[in-house]
Design a protein around this ligand. Structure first.
Ligand code: GAR
Length: 198
């Protein structure tokens, strides 16, 4: 059986990347082919390299406001690894419609809110400020509109009295590590039915 090839794009510690990598064994229809970061020294790069996964970095800062140049360099870094699927996992750059069109139907993202609530940043603080009783995370297909592509899975957690953005983020992150591998497994098998956890 030939496996689908998955490139994972990160900007930070890469805990979701690790959850994805660890899931892609045995009968899983996909395997990791590259971990790519836009941040030099991102913790996730060393963690991926320690697992024997090819890593690369395209530092967005060297491109200034030249988003097209940055994205062309991303594609140049991806090309030799021939990914079938891109997983954004804490990748904190907004992509242009040119790049999203290039990977349409083949690029996933995890976002720490119950979309369509709270696209963008500071999701946990916004959920707490709104008095929400429930929070969570979503995996969606990436389209030109930020955090707005078709939802492929969601996991829910309670918002507890006294929660801070940090305590809520930690509770949500645990579920991210369950949800993203579950969605990728289905997606890599061409099954786009949403995964609803728990
Ligand atoms: C995760 O909580 C992810 O949902 C979030 O960044 C964190 C990355 O953690 N992504 C976004 O906010 C995207 N807008 P990780 O590097 O440990 O996976």
């Amino acid at each position: 059986m030939s496996h689908r090839r998955v490139a994972i794009l990160i900007s930070g510690g890469g805990s979701n990347m690790l959850a994805l990598v660890r899931s892609m064994t045995g009968a899983h229809p996909a395997r990791p082919c590259l971990v790519l970061s836009n941040v030099r020294g991102a913790g996730g790069l060393a963690r991926a390299a320690a697992l024997g996964i090819p890593v690369a970095c395209v530092d967005h800062r060297s491109f200034g406001a030249d988003r097209a140049g940055f994205e062309a360099a991303l594609n140049d870094a991806l090309a030799p690894h021939a990914p079938d699927i891109l997983c954004l996992a804490g990748f904190m750059r907004i992509l242009t419609p040119v790049f999203t069109a290039c990977w349409a139907g083949r690029m996933l993202n995890i976002h720490p809110s119950l979309l369509p609530k709270y696209p963008g940043l500071h999701t946990h603080a916004r959920a707490i400020a709104a008095g929400d009783r429930e929070a969570g995370c979503s995996v969606h297909e990436v389209t030109a509109d930020l955090d707005a592509g078709p939802i492929l899975g969601q996991a829910r957690v309670p918002v507890l009295p006294g929660d801070t953005p940090e305590s809520l983020a930690a509770r949500v992150l645990e579920q991210e590590h369950r949800l993203y591998p579950a969605v990728l497994r289905r997606f890599a098998a061409d099954d786009r039915r949403p995964v609803l956890l728990p």
